[in-house]
Design a protein around this ligand. Structure first.
Ligand SMILES: NC(=O)c1ccc[n+]([C@@H]2O[C@H](COP(=O)([O-])OP(=O)(O)OC[C@H]3O[C@@H](n4cnc5c(N)ncnc54)[C@H](OP(=O)(O)O)[C@@H]3O)[C@@H](O)[C@H]2O)c1
Length: 422
């Protein structure tokens, strides 16, 4: 028998206890040993719990209990969780966590502390989708050329409703909050930070990149307008928030932002709260992983998969070579935040008068930015929105052109820019 202590018995922790009970027979058969949750830790002891384990409010009750083999960290947050996980590993307990924020900041330190002690985190990225094991094991023979993920269900749900039902941003944000998809403070989701944490974890497995959220480009979906959506529809694009990791020469671009992608691509068809990750390996080509990125049971499914794996291998026989490693590929390094080459969509609110269009095209042309599609929509009697997409160019040139549009008062309001991935 292996004894499990669960630090954080909320949505996921409760599901972990229930599934270990509901599916005890198959889990025991697969693990080769009975997996028994024996104790849990919570903040508020007076809340009613749907679990039958002993509940306390002191993590040390689990961390100092030598009979507990595996600690499951499901309390969330960064520093409190770090202290708990660190102590558990130092005491030689195997650890399973679903905490992407913790890993976004402390994954390399914790991997070092773990050494040979199992330290697993499948549920931290894309909830129930086994993307970590796919990257670590299934795709082990490949150089990873790119990872593109719809890894925040809240944003995907909101964009889906905005595009397919014409619902405006504020209305759909409120609906997402009422449905429990978005937090009361939704900035973590809609600002792209949650997706960035998950992207950093995947990039560490694929490339050994020890970057922190502050080191990479993170933008959210707050500035997407109905006009951007109309343009996307007119020119055959879907609008998604993607976490993108891709190699260019000896650089790895890591970025999270709204993206226009052709509707023919598989990721474009992922709607609602579902998650999907496309991984391109140099030998296998494109592979796609799709499923629920959140929810108690789906996330607990991934947590328990890690526990079963630990039980099978035997505690003390961890797999550090499959954890976070630096310099997996010699010479590969993180590209600067602004060092991006892609295609762009621009929305420019300009005066509707002769000469403006030619000034815009000259400023773009001077920076080798060529236009692919353009539409002009009247805003009122004197002004119009120019909506245009470009061929591939550098982000530095686009940002410079946008700045000149503003300093030369060519635009009447701040220009909008969305990157295109195709
Ligand atoms: N929910 C999902 O769909 C999902 C998906 C993927 C990953 N995750 C990750 O899984 C983790 C847990 O998420 P969740 O949705 O289950 O969160 P949750 O429902 O808020 O549960 C958190 C639990 O931790 C307890 N807790 C919080 N701070 C504590 C502290 N300082 N000391 C002791 N106990 C503490 C809470 O106690 P009380 O019950 O007393 O408040 C609660 O039981 C997070 O890292 C999250 O990012 C969640």
């Amino acid at each position: 028998m292996l004894k499990i202590g669960i630090i954080g018995v909320g949505t996921v922790g409760t599901s972990v206890c229930q599934i270990l009970e509901d599916n005890k027979d198959i889990i025991t058969a697969r693990a080769g040993v009975e997996l028994v949750p024996v104790a849990g830790v919570v903040n508020n002891l007076s809340k009613k719990r749907d679990v039958s384990i002993k509940i306390t409010d002191n993590p040390d009750d689990i961390l100092n209990d030598d009979s507990i083999d595996i600690v499951v960290e499901l309390m969330g947050g960064v520093e409190g969780a770090y202290n708990v996980v660190k102590k558990a590993l130092q005491k030689g307990k195997a650890v399973v966590t679903a905490n992407k924020a913790l890993l976004a900041y402390h994954r390399y330190e914790l991997q070092d502390i773990a050494g040979d002690t199992p330290f697993e985190f499948e549920a931290a990225v894309a909830g129930g989708i086994p993307i970590i094991s796919a990257l670590r094991e299934g795709l082990g023979a490949n150089h990873i050329e790119s990872i593109k993920g719809i890894i925040n269900g809240t944003c995907n749900y909101m964009l889906d409703k905005m595009i397919n039902e014409g619902v405006d941003y504020d209305t759909i944000l409120k609906e997402a909050q009422d449905l429990g998809y978005a937090e009361a403070d939704p900035s973590f989701d809609v600002g792209g930070f949650d997706a960035a944490h998950k992207l950093l974890i995947m990039a560490s497995i694929a490339y050994g990149i020890d970057a922190k959220p502050e080191d990479i480009l993170i933008e959210g979906i707050e500035n997407v307008s109905p006009e951007d959506i109309s343009f996307a529809k007119e020119f055959g694009y879907a609008l998604k928030l993607l976490g993108i990791a891709k190699t260019r020469g000896d650089k790895v671009e890591l970025r999270v932002h709204a993206v226009l992608i052709p509707t023919s691509e598989m990721l474009a068809k992922v709607d609602g709260v579902m998650n999907a990750v496309s991984v391109v390996g140099d030998k296998v080509g494109e592979t796609l992983y799709y499923g629920p990125g959140a929810g108690g049971d789906a996330t607990a499914s991934a947590v328990i998969a890690n526990i079963i794996d630990i039980a099978r291998k035997g505690k003390g026989k961890g797999s550090p070579m499959l954890g976070f490693k630096t310099s997996l590929e010699s010479g590969l390094h993180l590209a600067d935040k602004g060092d991006i080459e892609t295609k762009y969509y621009l929305r420019l609110h300009v005066e509707d008068k002769p000469g403006v269009l030619s000034k815009v095209t000259t400023i773009l042309g001077n920076r080798n930015i060529s236009i692919k599609n353009m539409v002009q929509n009247s805003v009122d009697e004197t002004s119009a929105n120019l909506l245009l997409s470009t061929h591939t160019c550098s982000e530095k040139d686009i940002k410079e052109a946008l700045e000149i549009f503003e300093t030369e008062n060519l635009v009447l309001s701040k220009p909008a820019m969305i990157r295109i991935e195709e």
